[in-house]
Design a protein. Sequence first.
Length: 183
Amino acid sequence: MSAPTLEVRSVALGDPLVAPLLAELAHEYATRYHDLLTEESLRDELEAYPAHELAAPGGDLVLLLEDGVVVAGGAFRRRTEPELGDAIRMVRPHARAVSGVPVVATAELKRIWTATAHRRRGLASRVLVELEARAAAAGYVRLYLTTGPRQPEAVGLYLANGYTPLFDPSAEPTGPLPFEKWL
């Protein structure tokens, strides 16, 4: 019996292969944040980024396929919004304008996901490595992301992969948890 074959594929947001990623993310968010999200706010969150933002030249959406089946994925886009997190705690405050908008080329990672049946195999770390390499090739020098306060597995993933928390990890999380990584 041969080992499963993993393929990395860049796709558009509208590609049918992305549907499992979005469906599982919707279920995950609805389950973990059921008391905070309405159906409308969940839909708004999942549709917050237009397809062109997650496509070249400023972004990319990648999927990991195992023997043709989507098992993990994630995306990045150019970051243009003000940063989240306590400015005093940020690693390189000189890299942000007074408005909080990054003044260095910053990619924001989005929609990092692993299919439920394929978790605990290091696939999310493989997605991160791929996104980091593609973001660096696109000219980004910094990565930024947020995860939710009810996603401790994601916090562990980002810490294990060299991301710096832009929040106090010892405090009780209440809102989005921002991270950065310099390439």
